[in-house]
Design a protein around this ligand. Structure first.
Ligand SMILES: Nc1ncnc2c1ncn2[C@@H]1O[C@H](COP(=O)(O)OP(=O)(O)O)[C@@H](O)[C@H]1O
Ligand SMILES: [Mg+2]
Length: 184
């Protein structure tokens, strides 16, 4: 169930810095990274990807052009997944082939929240692969108890980005400790 007060419409720019509205307390172990180029953002994604395993869920939030797709590509590379193919059945889902596969869901083109039920998310969240989901605020109700929430913001310069990683659950807290980064 979508909690009251969470907009159903596509209003990500006012949403990106909000904590998880499901009432789970924001963790104190958030970490922050800054990147100065797309290459650096992809490399950070790859570092994260090397630590991920099947069943892990990474939720990406941030305005259009922030770098979510660049970061997702890095995750796939780090996880050892290559190629990038559209799902034959589901339009908003793509897959990087690998062991495990990386399912890349991009909800930017989600027209209606009701559409979520027919997207094939049950297949994506079945634990068989790593899940990376862009515009994750549109699919709160699908997130498992444990996930990594990442907000990407534009920085001062054209290629400057600030990534804030917020772990939900012990697994991602431990994983972030491995990844390093600064405390905001
Ligand atoms: N530090 C950076 N990290 C990521 N992308 C950057 C950075 N600096 C510039 N860019 C550019 O910003 C754009 C990000 O695009 P994309 O990843 O598709 O954004 P999103 O998926 O968030 O809409 C790309 O054109 C990329 O080259
Ligand atoms: Mg994108």
């Amino acid at each position: 169930m979508r909690p009251a007060g969470v907009p159903r419409t596509r209003t990500p720019s006012t949403n990106v810095s909000r904590p998880d509205p499901r009432g789970i307390p924001a963790t104190r172990r958030r970490v922050r990274f800054e990147t100065a180029s797309p290459t650096q953002t992809e490399a950070l994604g790859a570092r994260l990807g090397r630590l991920l395993q099947a069943g892990d869920v990474v939720a990406l939030s941030g305005d259009l052009g922030a770098g979510k797709t660049v970061f997702a590509r890095g995750i796939a590379r780090g996880a050892g997944a290559t190629g990038y193919v559209a799902s034959p059945t589901f339009t908003l889902i793509r897959e990087y082939h690998g062991t495990p596969p990386v399912y890349h869901v991009d909800l930017y083109r989600l027209d209606r929240p009701e559409q979520l039920d027919d997207l094939g998310l049950d297949m994506v969240f079945d634990g068989s692969g790593i899940v990376v989901i862009e515009w994750a605020e549109h699919a709160f109700s699908w997130l498992p108890d444990d996930y990594l929430w990442i907000t990407i913001r534009f920085g001062a310069g054209a290629e400057h980005r600030v990534l804030e990683l917020e772990p939900h659950g012990a697994r991602f807290e431990a994983l972030l400790a491995q990844l390093g980064g600064r405390t905001p």
